[in-house]
Design a protein around this ligand. Structure first.
Ligand SMILES: [Zn+2]
Length: 417
């Protein structure tokens, strides 16, 4: 019962049909999916959602597909973890981790957007699925194309982490490693999309793809008992996720699904070595100045973010802010999340934890309010980032004596936390 009115230009508001379009032909603004909210009001209830499948498709009425999902039927409904240990470490009263490290099937939030995009590509009758990716999207596009029985072309920067390369190749796509950074890969892919007529999920069907990210916000609200949190820290690469989480919460509010309305403040987390959106927020400037990425957080290494301006708007209009994290802080953030909550996040997760820590210390996020951290990908994909700082502590012979000696010669703290 999705009630898509069509596409709409985010700049000039011109309407377009729900076709595979992504740019306004008058002002070159990006197009966005528009719904008939009046028709949905009263029909899309909490009860109707709760009776749906335990996946993103329980929110199908607010997703831009016509029929049943072609792929990704088990995507979404990842845990919202009440993170009391991490809260204590950060000096906060109430912290939650929205844990997409366990997203089905490829362990990052990109499964949400790809499940929607590939379903839409099938509805549009595209014969080849493709993407430009910093890694997580590559994994997810290759997996979902395999599930849908479609060939896929995946374009990545040639210096990608091994875990992400292997985690793509296993699904048997055509993997194209490009000598260049993500922004160069993306530019190339725009030309290929035009020439070959393939469904590039994050280029020519981007308006549909991006809608999948709203489910991240829907789930947080539903899992909090139909409440919007006070503060959300979101990692940013292209900048779309933060805008779509806010859009999702606002849609829920507009449809009367939230207790207490939506007053959530949105915060963006980026690496110091690639943080153009955060830099703009700190400078109070709407102009996002592109940068050359230099960070271990490769999944966030987009120097010229497509939705940077809209991310800036979502953050500032919601009363939020942004923070950077150095490479050292990223590693420390990954370790902090792992040792307090038992959650191994990829580098982007380290960025989110580290930026949140700074924002709390600055007093921007009050210690007695509720905070949700968006943890978007799994640490097993980016092992290089922490490998050198993790060591096997003890190496012994298979005898009790050897173990006793090791215990005696090391200062081993075995008291519970
Ligand atoms: Zn326009």
């Amino acid at each position: 019962m999705a009630l898509v009115k069509g596409l709409k230009c985010r700049e000039c508001g011109r309407p377009y049909p729900a076709d595979p379009l992504h740019v306004c032909e008058y002002c070159f603004g990006p197009l966005e999916v528009d719904y008939d909210y009046d028709a949905l009001r009263g029909r899309l209830t909490r009860k109707a959602i709760e009776a749906g499948p335990p996946s993103i498709w329980r929110y199908k009425a607010l997703l831009p597909i016509e029929g049943e999902p072609a792929v990704g039927r088990y995507c979404g409904m990842t845990p919202l973890v009440r993170a009391d240990n991490l809260a204590r470490a950060l000096g906060m009263r109430e912290v939650y981790v929205k844990n997409d490290t366990v997203s089905h099937p490829t362990f990052s939030f990109k499964d949400r957007v790809v499940a929607v995009a590939v379903t839409k590509a099938v509805e549009f009758d595209f014969k080849v699925i493709a993407c430009a990716s910093t890694g997580n999207l590559a994994n997810s596009v290759a997996a979902h194309a395999a599930e849908g029985g479609l060939p896929s072309f995946v374009f990545v920067p040639a210096d990608l982490e091994q875990g992400k390369v292997l985690g793509t190749l296993i699904y048997n796509p055509k993997l194209v490693a490009v000598d260049g950074n993500y922004d160069e890969v993306n530019r190339l892919c725009s030309e290929i999309a035009d020439k070959y007529g393939w469904a590039f999920v994050n280029i020519n069907i981007r308006p549909y793809y991006a809608e999948g990210s709203k489910t991240f916000g829907y789930e947080v609200a539903e899992q909090l008992g139909w409440r919007a949190p006070q503060h959300i820290v979101v990692p940013a690469a292209g900048g779309s996720l933060v805008t779509k989480i806010l859009k999702g919460l606002k849609e829920f509010d507009r449809l009367g699904l939230l207790d207490g309305g939506c007053h959530t403040r949105m915060y963006v987390a980026q690496a110091e070595g690639c943080g153009p959106i955060v830099t703009a927020i700190k400078a109070k400037s709407e102009i996002i100045k592109p940068v050359k990425p230099r960070t271990i957080a490769k999944s966030l290494a987009i120097g010229n973010p497509a939705d940077g301006y809209y991310a800036y708007k979502a953050v500032t209009e919601s009363g939020g802010y942004g923070e950077h994290a150095t490479d050292e802080e990223i590693v420390e953030g990954m370790k902090l999340l792992a040792r307090t909550e038992g959650i191994f996040a990829e580098t982007a997760g380290g960025v989110t934890v580290a930026a949140a820590k700074r924002l709390i210390e600055q007093g921007r996020i009050p210690r007695d309010e509720s905070l949700v951290l968006c943890i978007t990908g799994n640490g097993l994909k980016t092992q290089e980032a922490v490998a050198s700082s993790l060591k096997v502590r003890l190496h012994i012979k298979p005898t009790l004596r050897s173990f006793d000696e090791a215990m005696a010669s090391h200062d081993l703290d075995v008291t519970p936390r």
